[in-house]
Design a protein around this ligand. Structure first.
Ligand code: FES
Ligand SMILES: [Fe+2]
Length: 382
């Protein structure tokens, strides 16, 4: 976020008419319990949101060198992106053209070719089938040229990699970010360094993972033994970027910053947890001196795979510095995995019980309302 933007957001907090709690959104909203529990709706979400739109699959830094790859799952479609010799990125369905074996797992380095682990079919980084080792005569009536990997659309910018499973126009980071790029550009994320990623599964609908990040209202209650002393629950900053949002949670250290005499330089970000909610699958969080990236993959209407990464501004120069960033991840997941997600698991059960018709998102939960309105709008698109 550039300094002018930071000043503008600080000014909003000091406006004489600044509301507490607030600033409130335009309206409250009710959402049917079935939005979280109906398998048919879940399938539509996979199709419209997770396959039909560009998703944030990861960071440029996770696939920086030629031959580096990064795999993902886009609404049930396994894909990977791979860095080409000329520095560009290409994306493919992550399945061999022989008998559909998975080609690569996680992220890593393929060298100059991608070799299928089942029978060794070998693909160039551009997806062309180069060889069927030891077996050419056994397939000489099947043309190699027609057995390139199936391509998918990929776009990259601001250190972020986007891909879309379904056919459609080219993917660009600018179009995918819907204006959030104007703030993210300032961080130059392409030069940052991923330190560690942890992946786990939670027994909740994917939207409950996002809901977790959208309001501070729960902090004094659910987090009274952990982060409640440090965060305001009744003041925040929220802005929409198309279907995405940027929600800023505010630390109580902000009060001293706002009391500085006029003319003294002031900063927002040291007192902020800035969350870019990138519909549908990612939350990119800036915290003082590092980023966290949450990526989620819906597995079933009530099951979601979650990956959490911590990203540092440069490669750690010592084990101690590395341990500092890992500790941040420990603390973060300590709170979400012992406080937020267990609560969400019980909510999932309640919503699936049939005894709860709907939930209410208040005007004091504007990021939550915007998220669910955006999901509903995407499902309504023809
Ligand atoms: S499935 Fe890949 S080589 Fe057989
Ligand atoms: Fe929380």
């Amino acid at each position: 976020m550039n300094p002018e933007r930071e000043r503008e957001l600080l000014a909003r907090l000091e406006a004489p008419d600044a509301q507490r709690p607030g600033p409130l959104g335009a309206r409250s909203m009710k959402n049917a319990a079935s939005a979280y529990s109906d398998p048919e709706r879940f399938q539509r979400e996979l199709e419209r949101l997770f396959r039909g739109r560009p998703l944030l699959v990861g960071l440029s830094a996770e696939c920086a060198r030629p031959g580096d790859f990064l795999s993902a799952n886009l609404g049930g479609v396994p894909v990977f992106v791979v860095r080409q010799g000329d520095g560009s990125l290409r994306g493919f369905v992550n399945a061999c053209r022989h008998r559909a074996a998975t080609l690569v797992e996680g992220c890593g380095h393929a060298g100059r070719a991608i070799v299928c682990p089942y029978h060794g079919w070998t693909y160039q980084l551009d997806g062309a089938l180069r060889a069927r080792p030891g077996a050419e005569p056994g397939f000489d009536d099947v043309d190699r040229a027609g057995l390139s990997l199936h391509p998918i659309a990929v776009g990259e910018g601001y250190g972020l990699v986007f891909a879309r499973a379904a056919a459609g126009p080219p993917v660009t980071a600018d179009a995918a970010l819907c204006g959030a790029e104007r703030e993210l550009a300032h961080h130059d994320l392409a030069s940052w360094v991923p330190i560690e990623t942890r992946t786990f599964e939670v027994p909740i609908n994917w939207k409950l993972v996002i809901d977790t990040f959208t309001e501070p209202y729960h902090i004094p209650w659910l987090h009274k033994a952990s982060i409640a002393p440090h965060y305001y629950f009744d003041r925040w900053i929220f802005d929409a970027f198309g279907p995405h949002g940027r929600f800023i949670g505010l630390r109580k250290t902000l009060a001293a910053e706002l009391e500085k005499p006029p003319g003294e330089p002031r900063a927002l970000l040291p007192h902020a947890t800035t969350q870019y909610l990138l519909l549908p699958n990612a939350v990119l969080v800036h915290q003082i001196d590092h980023f966290e990236l949450w990526r989620l993959q819906p597995l079933a209407v009530d099951r979601t795979r979650v990956s959490t990464s911590v990203i540092a501004p440069r490669a750690p120069v010592s084990e101690r510095e590395r341990a500092y960033f890992v500790k941040n991840l420990d603390v973060l997941l300590g709170v979400t995995n012992s406080e937020d997600f267990p609560m969400m698991a019980r909510i999932q059960q309640n919503l699936a019980s049939g005894a709860v018709p709907e939930v209410v998102y208040g005007k004091m939960e504007p990021a939550l309302v915007h998220f669910h309105e955006s999901v509903a709008a995407a499902l309504a698109e023809s």
